[in-house]
Design a protein around this ligand. Structure first.
Ligand SMILES: Cc1ncc(COP(=O)(O)O)c(C=O)c1O
Length: 417
């Protein structure tokens, strides 16, 4: 697509001009090395690799609690498992509604659906991409039991408002912190405002152990149940093997815990660096017409699992893909969009194909939810106009300035006259 801006901008790299970011890209971080190897060696010398009373899992819990002062902590097999345990421990059951976000991973929804509860999608804030408290209020019905707040991409939700709504309506606030290690809301680590907090340690997160998760709570109603809901309803504390409800096996194991325990000691530094770099990118993008930076509240600490900016496409004489190809040619990494559609548009939701083609709660009249009718306009606009670019702790300030320079150059080139 041609530039319509008569002020004739600098030639784009995609057209043979000089790229803004000419140097080598930042190196991939070294994620695991000496300390993890040492911990794994200690682990392999143990007589048992079982999580309960396992020294590695105990160390993981202790290291986690240094950052997140939560009383009951259950390390488990994934972030998905953590959320399922949280939903189950919260007593959420058939037909109960859980208000959540349409831009997330399936892991946010799986536990809700397996408890035969109903995900209800509220719309998002246009530039922070998290639950919009105003729409959350609108989505509350007599069946609402919980708000499952996803802190997307390291960016804290408006927890003050969400907690206020939860308290007013007697709802449980579950925080999905999978993408948000190291994020702080008004000086408080995310996960410590709501009733139950869920974290992921999968391979792609700020810190990880291949696969793993943590669910934690200081609430006496839910905390004591977390261990049982993640371990076949066996009560490891009392030793009683007398299940009194249905629960899966979502246990972590000592090899995962050994790696995760050490990773936890790196978490603050990794996320702190990302917080600085992401904020810098926002400062550099702020005055570019047609580009909306990833909004993070000044009083919060966003740990930028990734950076998502939006294009006001009416201001440009190009489409999003052309813009993205042009910035990539300038030397930065970029992808048009994040997930392809809001999660409620996935075939599993559109066909209500939850349990062998059926959805018992609807068949039994416990919900009238029809996902083919769900529409969250802001969520859909975000997905249609966002551009994703990585933030890594191995980047430096000069690289971030180059990324901003690349976006500025392309935006100037395609700006409508
Ligand atoms: C927001 C969110 N919630 C939940 C999950 C599920 O975590 P896991 O992959 O560890 O099951 C993820 C994973 O990507 C996620 O990004």
């Amino acid at each position: 697509m041609k530039n319509t801006n008569s002020r004739a901008a600098e030639a784009l790299a995609i057209d043979g001009g000089t790229p803004v970011l000419a140097g080598p890209p930042p190196p991939a971080p070294v994620r695991w090395d000496g300390p993890e190897i040492e911990q794994l060696a200690k682990m392999i010398a143990q007589p048992s690799l079982f999580y309960w009373k396992g020294p590695q899992t105990a160390l993981l819990v202790a290291n986690f609690q240094k950052h997140y002062p939560l009383k009951y902590v259950m390390p488990c097999s994934s972030g998905t498992a953590a959320i399922h345990i949280a939903v189950a421990a919260a007593g959420i059951g058939p037909g109960d509604e859980v208000i959540t976000s349409g831009i997330t991973d399936m892991g946010t929804l799986i536990g809700i659906l397996y408890q035969q509860a109903v995900p209800v999608f509220a719309d998002l804030e246009p530039h922070r991409y998290n639950l919009d408290p105003v729409d959350v209020r609108r989505k509350i019905t007599p069946r609402t039991r919980a708000i499952l707040a996803v802190h997307l991409a390291g960016n804290p939700c408006d927890l003050e408002q969400l907690k206020k709504i939860a308290d007013e309506h007697g709802l449980i606030l579950i925080e999905d912190c999978a993408q948000s290690w190291g994020a702080m809301q008004r000086g408080r680590p995310i996960g410590t405002v709501g009733h139950i907090a869920c974290y992921s340690l999968n391979d792609y997160k700020h810190i990880g152990c291949g696969d793993g998760g943590i669910v934690a709570s200081s609430d006496e109603r839910f905390g004591p149940l977390l261990q049982k809901f993640g371990d076949k309803a066996y009560d490891r504390v009392s030793g009683a093997r007398m299940p009194d409800f249905l629960a899966p096996n979502y246990r972590i194991s000592e090899p995962q815990s050994a790696v995760a325990a050490v990773q936890m000691t790196r978490m603050w530094e990794i996320t702190g660096r990302r917080a600085v770099l992401g904020r810098r990118l926002t400062e550099r993008l702020r005055d570019i017409p047609g580009v909306h930076p990833h909004h993070a509240d000044e009083a919060d600490r966003c740990s930028y699992w990734f950076y998502l900016f939006r294009l006001d496409l009416e201001k440009f004489a190009c489409d999003r893909n052309t813009f993205v190809e042009a910035v990539k040619a300038e030397g930065m990494h970029a992808v048009a969009g994040y997930i392809a559609t809001p999660v409620y548009k996935y075939p599993v939701f559109q066909n209500h194909n939850f349990f062998a083609g059926r959805w018992p709660v609807r068949d039994l009249g416990l919900t009238s939810m029809d996902y083919t009718q769900v529409s969250c306009p802001v969520t859909e606009q975000i997905i249609a106009t966002c551009v994703k670019t990585p933030i890594s702790e191995t980047m430096d300030e000069a690289w971030i300035d180059g990324v901003a320079g690349a976006i500025r150059k392309v935006a100037a080139f395609y700006a409508k006259g």
